[in-house]
Design a protein around this ligand. Structure first.
Ligand SMILES: CC(C)(COP(=O)(O)OP(=O)(O)OC[C@H]1O[C@@H](n2cnc3c(N)ncnc32)[C@H](O)[C@@H]1OP(=O)(O)O)[C@@H](O)C(=O)NCCC(=O)NCCS
Length: 188
C-alpha cells in the first residue's frame, strides 16, 4: 500500500516502527507500566523484549498490507524514543479508523501525544483516504481526554461498554477528527 513513512512538526517525528526499535520500545514500556497498564491491555508485567520484537515485526507487516499504521514517536532533534501512536481498526467500506497514542512517562506533560495525534490524523486524511479518525477514551482516563480536547477533536458523547482493558469493562468518550479540521475535503 504505502512505503514506510515519517512525518515531523520540528519537535517530534512519527515514523513507522523499524527493526532496531525493540530495546527502546521495551524500555519505554517498562518505565511506563504504572501509567499505561490501567488503559492498555497489552501493557502488563509480562511485556518482554521478545514481545517488543514481535510487535515490530507484526506491525510492519500490518503497515505493508494497509490494515494498520503504527508509528514510533521520537524526538525530532535527538531521536530519543518517546512513545507510540497509530491508526487501527481501519474500516474498508466506511473509511474510518481508531487513533491511539501513548507517551513514555518521563516525557509526560510536554504535549507530545497531541502533536503525534495531529501528524497521524493528517496522514489518515491526506494519504490513507480516510474520512474520520475516532479517539475512543475510557471514562476516567482524564489525561487522554485532555489530549483529545487540546487537539480540538469533536466530542460526540459516551458509548456504553465500549472499551475493555484486561477484564475491566468501561464506558468510553467518543471524540473524532475529520479532514475539515485540517483544511482538507473528505472524499471517497
Ligand atoms: C494520555 C497520554 C498519552 C498523554 O500524553 P502527554 O504527551 O503527556 O499529554 P499532554 O502533555 O498533553 O498532557 C496531558 C494533559 O492531561 C492532563 N492530565 C494528566 N493527568 C491528569 C489527570 N489525572 N486528571 C486530569 N488531567 C490530567 C495534564 O495536565 C495535561 O493537560 P494540560 O496540558 O492542560 O495541563 C499519556 O498520559 C499516556 O501515555 N497515558 C497512558 C496511555 C493512554 O492512556 N493512552 C491513551 C489511550 S486512549
Amino acid at each position: 500500500m504505502f512505503p514506510f513513512m515519517k512525518f515531523t512538526d520540528g519537535t517530534i517525528t512519527v515514523r513507522a516502527f523499524e527493526f532496531g526499535d525493540e530495546e527502546n520500545l521495551h524500555a519505554a514500556i517498562k518505565e511506563s507500566l504504572p501509567e499505561l497498564s490501567p488503559w492498555m491491555s497489552w501493557a502488563n508485567e509480562s511485556y518482554t523484549l521478545e514481545t517488543a520484537r514481535n510487535f515490530v515485526a507484526v506491525t510492519r507487516a500490518h503497515w505493508s498490507n494497509g490494515s494498520m499504521y503504527s508509528f514510533a514517536i521520537v524526538d525530532a532533534n535527538t531521536n530519543e524514543f518517546l512513545g507510540g501512536c497509530g491508526l487501527s481498526h481501519i474500516h474498508p467500506v466506511y473509511k474510518f479508523c481508531n487513533l491511539g497514542y501513548w507517551v513514555r512517562t518521563s516525557h509526560h506533560g510536554k504535549g507530545i501525544a497531541g502533536r503525534a495525534a495531529k501528524l497521524i490524523a493528517k496522514f489518515a486524511f491526506e494519504k490513507a483516504n480516510l474520512i474520520r479518525a475516532e479517539i475512543v477514551i475510557a471514562v476516567g482516563n482524564e489525561a487522554s481526554k485532555r489530549v483529545a480536547q487540546k487537539v480540538d477533536a469533536h466530542y460526540e458523547g459516551i458509548l456504553l461498554n465500549r472499551m475493555t482493558v484486561g477484564t475491566a469493562i468501561y464506558d468510553a468518550h467518543m471524540f473524532s477528527l475529520l479532514p475539515s479540521d485540517f483544511g482538507l475535503v473528505a472524499k471517497l
